[in-house]
Design a protein. Structure first.
Length: 341
């Protein structure tokens, strides 16, 4: 796995074998020193070290443990509101729905909006299994697809679902300041476009900075191949276009934290890893302060969905509850200079 940490470029290489073992850690098969740190941090409680014996009597008061997290699912929520809802046709009413999976006894939880893949022509809403029971809410979004709906319907839907979440998650106990926008493949492309092209959230009175972060997984960050076709481009699929329909076109420093995750370039969708790597470097060179890039060795365009979840959870945790800075190292005082005899 290759990784661009929060503020350091270039990447630090990690072997594909270690990356695959990280995926094993996702499913609870094993834990690796230094790799499974994210998994270890997710444990709701850890064994305390044994107390040091002393002669003096002590009284200790144990902090009561929080009860196990409980979850509920709200299904088939139509996320358009007001006049837009009144004007919706039958297809829009069918597709523009979301499922909200959330903790019921963890107030102030973070939320990840998840847009499914499928090339903008297929797929259906769902939640990666390894994102469940992690004290994070998941919003699985359905959206209109081509050719049943004309462009830019899928952009409008992704933005509307994002706006609904930002404005309603507090009703379920979530913190609207901790909402992340994510997706896989075409869904990752939509997530990046909605976050980066100001027009989509502006239509709802919002900006990208209302999001806590963006996490495109194996997303096309040049203009999506279907969007190129719909715009009349008859060139080869893998000839890159960077126009106003490309996340790369909107790269700048005033964006929320961004985490880019891909599979292994040897088995991933063609050009997907390289363009995300270039995207990360471009954002960093433009002054974006918080961008990460991961290439997960051994993972394909499909297996990256579940494989990426430990990195997404780690990113959410680091943004919403950043680790404390290291304590300063104590140094011995410098002895005063003595005069020569």
């Amino acid at each position: 796995m290759k990784h661009y940490p929060l503020s350091t470029l270039p990447c630090r290489p990690i072997s594909p074998l270690r990356s695959m073992l990280l995926v094993a850690a996702v499913f609870g098969v094993m834990a690796l020193p230094g790799v499974a740190v994210a998994q270890q941090q997710e444990q709701s409680s850890a064994a305390a070290p044994p107390p040091v014996a002393t002669n003096a009597p002590t009284t200790t008061t144990e902090k009561p443990k929080a009860p196990p997290a409980e979850y509920a699912t709200e299904k088939d929520i139509f996320y358009y509101e007001g006049d837009a809802a009144a004007k919706a046709d039958a297809y829009q009413k069918e597709k523009c729905r979301l499922d909200l999976y959330h903790p019921t006894n963890r107030p102030g939880f973070a939320t990840v909006i998840w847009l499914h893949g499928g090339g903008l022509t297929g797929g259906k809403r769902g939640i990666p299994g390894t994102m469940k029971e992690k004290e994070i809410a998941m919003v699985a979004v359905g959206y209109r697809l081509s050719p049943h709906a004309a462009m830019p319907a899928f952009f409008e839907d992704a933005a509307a679902a994002t706006a609904w979440t930002l404005r309603n998650i507090h009703k379920y106990g979530g913190d609207p300041r901790k909402v992340f926008l994510a997706g896989h493949s075409a869904g990752g492309y939509l997530a990046a476009m909605v976050a980066m092209d100001p027009q989509w959230l502006k239509a709802h009175g919002l900006t990208a900075m209302d999001l806590a972060g963006v996490m495109p997984v194996s997303a096309q960050v040049t203009t999506h191949f279907l969007v190129k076709k719909l715009n009349g481009d008859t060139g080869p699929e893998f000839r890159p276009v960077v126009d106003a329909w490309a996340p790369l076109h909107w790269a700048r420093k005033d964006l929320p934290p961004i985490c880019l995750i891909t599979g292994d370039r040897r088995v991933e969708y063609k050009s997907r890893v390289e363009e995300n790597e270039f995207f990360a470097i471009s954002l960093k060179n433009l002054g974006h302060p918080t961008v990460e890039f991961y290439e997960m060795g051994g993972l394909t365009h499909t297996s990256i969905v579940e494989g990426s979840t430990i990195l997404m959870r780690q990113f959410v945790r680091n943004i919403t509850n950043p680790p404390a800075p290291p304590a300063p190292v104590a140094t011995a005082p410098t002895p005063p200079a003595t005069a020569a005899p």
